[in-house]
Write a protein that binds this ligand. Structure first.
Ligand SMILES: C[S@@+](CC[C@H](N)C(=O)[O-])C[C@H]1O[C@@H](n2cnc3c(N)ncnc32)[C@H](O)[C@@H]1O
Length: 339
């Protein structure tokens, strides 16, 4: 089960970020929506290492609010597909960047085997218990020889961290554990760097303005306090040198993952999963449509039971999600190409 602090950090804050960007302007979207602490220098390192190019089909697993994938689309012309299990994060990414977004967990990716040219997974591995399952799924959906770009927080000494010091729900691997996980999932580690460069002020100021608006609006919210505590714990651990941020470039080996008994790269019922997802999104859309925002908007504001503009925005996001699901279904069946 996901820790409440992680839901606050990854879902509530993502939704609030999209609201604040709508108020401040679209130029704030990418810096504010890079939630894995990736700076432009870190993203550029990953993009160059993975040899991203116009048209590269890039899957971003745990894409959050979508900043890194949107950056790669803008700077390198890639065609990203975003995937995240948090609904408000998916809606925030669709709202801010209009990119195809899939609401799913990284250990059950609703895409066909070998359909992606590259994958990113930034700031995600330390937040999941079954890291091997996530890596195996990425191996399955990548074509042989494809690049994997990772931003991973690793712990320097095994089990050295006192439990209260660790942000809720995080399980940091050691460097050696990470190397083993990659190898067992069928990836060759090509290169790794410590301490990606800081962001320039022009970037961090935009992110800070968004954070200020979020704080002003939501400081009293319990989720705000939980998310703030998570980020304070991270800062303390980084400052004390107990954890560090690593950028990694790995390449998918042509063969399968190493087996330790059993089938490690099974076909995962993609179609069933897409259908379930589509049914859920359609149900939510019906609910939103049934609240008839256009009728509410025609009434004087004093008689509104809800804000019709919020509902209309939600309807647009849900239609975006539905479009992405339909498009990915077609791609998986080999009927369509991504735009
Ligand atoms: C620190 S945030 C990083 C977001 C984004 N990669 C970025 O750099 O801005 C971690 C993300 O991992 C996502 N996540 C958590 N568990 C996941 C899982 N099982 N599969 C895929 N993503 C997951 C969270 O919802 C969250 O959006």
């Amino acid at each position: 089960m996901t820790a409440p602090a992680m839901v606050a950090e990854f879902d509530d804050v993502a939704g609030w970020t999209a609201e604040a960007v709508a108020q401040l302007g679209a130029e704030h979207a990418i810096p504010a929506a890079c939630r894995g602490s990736a700076s432009p220098a870190a993203l550029a390192w990953l993009a160059e290492a993975c040899e991203l190019a116009p048209g590269t089909r890039l899957l971003d697993v745990g894409a959050g609010a979508g900043g890194p994938a949107a950056w790669a689309a803008r700077r390198f012309g890639v065609r990203p597909v975003l995937l995240d299990p948090m609904p408000a994060a998916c809606r925030a990414a669709a709202r801010m960047f209009g990119l195809p977004v899939v609401l799913a967990s990284g250990d059950r990716i609703p895409l066909r085997a070998g359909s992606m040219d590259a994958a990113w997974c930034l700031g995600v591995l330390c937040t999941v218990a079954d890291k091997a399952a996530l890596l195996r799924e990425m191996h399955r959906v990548l074509r042989p020889g494809a690049s994997l770009g990772l931003l991973v927080v690793v712990v320097r000494t095994p089990r050295a961290l006192a439990v209260p010091a660790v942000p809720d729900g995080n399980l940091f691997p050691t460097q050696a554990e990470l190397a083993d996980l990659l190898d067992e999932a069928g990836f060759d580690l090509v290169e790794q760097i410590d301490r990606p460069g800081d962001a320039p002020l022009s970037w961090s100021r935009r992110a800070a303005r968004v954070a200020e608006v979020v704080a002003t609006r939501h400081r009293a919210d319990r989720a705000y306090a939980l998310a703030a505590r998570q980020s304070e714990s991270f800062t303390r651990l980084f400052d004390s040198g107990q954890i560090s941020m690593q950028l990694i470039h790995a390449v998918r080996r042509p063969g399968g993952a190493h087996t330790r008994g059993g089938n490690v790269n099974p076909s995962n019922g993609d179609e069933e999963f897409e259908i379930e997802l589509e049914v859920e999104v359609r149900a939510e859309l019906t609910l939103v449509e049934s609240s008839r925002p256009e009728e509410a908007a025609a009434l004087p504001a004093s008689e509104w039971l809800f804000d019709p503009t919020d509902v209309q925005a939600e309807e647009i996001e849900l239609r975006n999600l539905l479009g992405a699901i339909e498009e990915l279904g077609g791609l998986r069946r080999g009927e369509t190409e991504l735009p």
